[in-house]
Design a protein around this ligand. Structure first.
Ligand code: C5P
Length: 228
């Protein structure tokens, strides 16, 4: 069963406030993007890795991974969903796994778990259960109420679907003017019920400077405990 990875990496990481986009910041001796791409290139489950890059990206060519023959470049778009669409159009595989460039702590174990579970159903995504009590606040930051956290999950990536079904779902969402923030949302709009696959909560998305330090700590923990 052929699975391609699509890695949207065309964001500018505005919230990070760094001089370079967050996927090009250093994390334990390599860039975040190099680490993320290595996870997929090192997996025997993945055929090709499609990386979506911002037009004129001046950084990517200097990554060692940029010369890997299984790596394909796709143009990034204005929103994450536009980048993913461009990446999907470069794939011919039956299945695709879409994964944020900014999540370099994904383990090979979780990648395999998702592949096994998603293929046995009609697609799915890694999720982590919500742990804290959830509140809804108004614009004035005053609490309006408590949200029942039973059945609430953080939607992580990778998210894995049949390529043609995801392409159709994302194109339909785009034609309705909907800016979906993950692949599952597009599939849900198309009437599907993706499977929530419980993954590791340390598959964090790097958004702020503190997340970089946390990611370094997580990777060191994986190394020390032999987690791959
Ligand atoms: O900004 P955020 O962290 O939600 O972005 C998630 C992922 O989507 C990042 O890896 C980012 O590079 C990517 N992205 C993209 N094209 C955009 C915006 C974000 O590929 N236009």
């Amino acid at each position: 069963m052929a699975i391609d990875a699509v890695i949207p990496a065309a964001g500018i990481g505005r919230r990070m406030g760094a001089a370079v986009p967050k996927q090009y910041l250093q994390l334990a001796g390599k860039t975040v993007l190099q680490r993320t791409l290595e996870i997929f290139l090192n997996s025997p489950l993945i055929s090709r890795v499609i990386v979506c890059l911002k037009e004129g990206d001046p950084y990517f060519d200097s990554l060692p991974v940029s010369r890997d023959p299984r790596l394909i470049r796709a143009p990034g778009g204005a929103e994450r969903c536009d980048s993913v669409l461009a990446g999907l159009r470069c794939s011919e595989a039956e299945w695709v796994m879409v994964h944020d460039a900014a999540r370099p702590c994904l383990t090979g174990g979780d990648l395999r778990l998702l592949a096994e579970e998603a293929i046995s159903r009609d697609g799915g995504l890694l999720c982590a259960p919500v742990r804290d009590t959830m509140k809804r606040a108004g614009e004035d930051m005053l609490i309006q109420g408590t949200v029942d956290r039973n059945g609430l999950y953080h939607a992580l990536t990778p998210q894995m679907f049949r390529r043609t079904e995801l392409l159709q779902a994302l194109e339909d969402a785009a034609s309705r003017g909907l800016k979906v923030t993950d692949e599952s949302s597009a599939m849900e709009l198309a009437g599907c019920r993706p499977l929530a696959v419980a993954g590791r909560a340390d598959n964090i998305k790097i958004t702020s400077q503190g997340d970089l330090e946390l990611a370094e700590f997580i990777l060191e923990g994986h190394r020390r405990n032999g987690i791959v």
